[in-house]
Write a protein that binds this ligand. Structure first.
Ligand code: HEM
Length: 202
């Protein structure tokens, strides 16, 4: 579902897309192979993946240093919506556990993880459409975290990537952003493997 971008792409966000294209593709196929629209219970497995992923980065949205670089960051937070979606579907919340990244996390690490979270909104618009058509879920019930921003998912994404691309980083930090995005994708892969198999380890 992703399009290919060359590794020599001009902007940071384009380079991130190129670097994580393959891992996104595997994730996308793995999630769809999990038949998450077969029933609301199947969909809840995907919600648990999202719950764990967004819990990992939740503290970043309240980090003032990051917000200074990424305008409107706090409003991009989606963990509460994932929680509301689980509750709407009558699913128990997972036991409390700390997120992976704390406020004040190294800048490149934060940027890499936020790239993955924000980018996932693009595929999220498709998932929202299917959740609505196949399971009767919507913004007010069960699929709120997938609902597109009122100004449109594409525009909301471009605003994020413009800010992300404008952050000045050293070459070492640049490499660390990519490593962090890869780590974020690996983490989500791990959550999918566990939640889709019904395993614990939360
Ligand atoms: C939690 C799981 C997922 C994560 C973390 C994720 C992450 C991302 C990221 C980072 C991007 C932005 C790529 C860019 O830089 O433009 C993206 C785009 C996209 N994703 Fe996903 N994704 C996930 C699941 C899915 C699934 C299940 C689908 C299946 C329909 C999907 C379909 C897409 C599509 C269609 C795009 C936009 C097309 C593109 O420009 O590549 N994603 N996703």
């Amino acid at each position: 579902m992703t399009t290919t971008t060359t590794a020599t792409a001009a902007t940071r966000s384009q380079r991130l897309k190129a670097a994580t294209h393959a891992t996104h593709d595997v994730l996308d196929k793995r999630v769809m192979a999990g038949d998450i629209f077969a029933s609301r219970d199947h969909f809840a497995r995907f919600l648990r993946v999202q719950y764990r992923f967004h819990r990992d980065i939740d503290a970043l949205y309240a980090d003032p240093a990051l917000a200074a670089l990424l305008p409107g960051l706090a409003a991009r937070r989606r963990w509460p919506q994932v929680e509301a979606d689980l509750t709407a579907l009558g699913q128990p919340l997972l036991p409390p556990a700390p997120g992976r990244l704390a406020a004040g996390a190294p800048l490149p690490e934060a940027l890499g993880w936020l790239y993955v979270a924000e980018g996932s909104n693009l595929g999220g618009t498709l998932l929202y459409k299917w959740a609505h058509e196949k399971l009767g879920l919507d913004q007010g019930f069960g699929a709120s975290h997938l609902a597109a921003h009122p100004e449109g998912a594409a525009r909301h994404w471009r605003e994020f990537t413009a800010a992300l691309d404008a952050v000045v980083l050293s070459p070492a930090q640049e490499a660390a952003v990519i490593a962090a995005a890869e780590e974020a994708f690996r983490t989500v892969h791990g959550y999918v493997a566990e939640e889709f198999a019904g395993a614990a380890g939360r």
